[in-house]
Design a protein around this ligand. Sequence first.
Ligand code: SF4
Ligand code: SF4
Ligand code: FES
Length: 376
Amino acid sequence: MIHLKINGQDVQAEEGMTVLQAAQQVGVTIPTLCDHPDLEAYGGCRLCVVDVKGWRTPMASCTMEVTNGMEVVTHSPEIETTRKTILEMLMSNYYDAGYENGQKQETQLMQWARHYGVDAKTGMAPAPRYAVNSDPNPFVWVDMNKCIQCTRCVRACTDIQGRFVWGMAERGINTHPVPGADTDMLDARCESCGACVAYCPTGALDNKMSMGAGKPDKLVMTTCGYCGVGCQYELNVKDNKVIRVTSTEKAPVNGNHLCVKGRYGYDFIHHPERLLKPQVRRYLLEGKKKPFISKPLALSNAEGSATSNQWDWVETDWDTALDITSQKLAGIKKEFGADTIGVLTSAKCTNEENYLMNKFTRQVLGTNNIDHCARL
Ligand code: SF4
Ligand code: SF4
Ligand code: FES
C-alpha cells in the first residue's frame, strides 16, 4: 500500500492508483470532465488539478499516480480559481444553439459550470463554428459546437465498442472528433451503439430520436427484452411515452454499454401497427377449410372474392389462439408425422422460456427440429 496525505488526512491507496482514485475512495470529490472510470485516463481537460507538495504547478489528479509520502491539497482558493478559469476557457469555445434535447439532467459540463458560477449564456462563444446535427446517422445527434475535446467518445468507441469510428482532427482550438477520415459515422463503420453518446459529458453527441421530446417525467429501470443477455437501462418516460433510453452504471450486466437495439429500438412500443392481441386467420377462427388461392393474395383481393376475407387476420383472445394452434399442430403430427414440424425460438425469450420450448419440441411434439433466431 502507498501512504499519502490528502487534505491533511492520512490515506492508504493501492500502488498504481491515481490521486483522483485515492481521493474518491475517502469521499473527496474532485471535479472531472475528461475522466471516466470505464475509460483509460487521458488528462486533457485539467479540471481535476490539485496541489501536490514539491510540484511547482497544479497537477492533473486523474493521471498522476500516488507515491509514498505525497501531500495533496484538493481544494484551496487558488485551485478553485484555476478550475473556474479552466471552465471559462472551455465555455468560450462552446456554443448552445438552444434546442431541447430530452435529457433529464443537465450535462456534466453544465453541472460544473453552475457549481463554479460560470454562466453558460454570457460565457459561451458568440456564434456556432459547425453545423448543428452535422451527421446523417439516424440515431446519433452530432453538434460539435458543444465539444470540449475531452476524447471520451473516441476512447469509448475504441476501447469499449472496438469500432474505431472517432478520431481527433485539426489542431489547437479547432481540434474536434471526426468519424473515419472526416466522412460520416456510418461510412466509418459505426454500428450506432450510442456508446459515444453515453460517455459525452456535454451533449455534443446526443440521441437524435429524443430531440425536441421535452424532459422526461420519470426514469424507469427495466431489463431489455431483445435478447437473453439481460442488459438493464432506464426508460425515460414523459406523458406515459418512452422518449429516450439511457444506460446506467447501476446495471450489473452491462453498465453503461448497450447495443443499438436496446438503446434505440424503442419506437415499436407506441407504434400504431403494434400487435397487442393475438390474431388468427378468419377461416381458422370459423373452423373452415383453408381457402384455395391460385393467384397472389393481392390479386384475389382485387377480385373482391369471399376467399380473400377468409384470409383476413382477426383479433382474438389467447385461449382461442392457443387452442387453434395446438389443434393444428396435433393434426399435422397425426397426418404427416412429427418431423414435418419445425420450431424456431427467439432471443426475445428468457433462457427459461427457451428451455421450455426445447422440452416442448422434443418431448411433446416429438421432433428434434428446433433452432433459434440467434443462429440465423
Ligand atoms: S455509436 Fe457506437 S460504433 Fe458508432 S461511433 Fe458511437 S461508439 Fe462508435
Ligand atoms: S464529442 Fe463529447 S465526448 Fe467527444 S470529445 Fe467532444 S465533448 Fe468529448
Ligand atoms: S479529469 Fe483530469 S484532466 Fe480531465
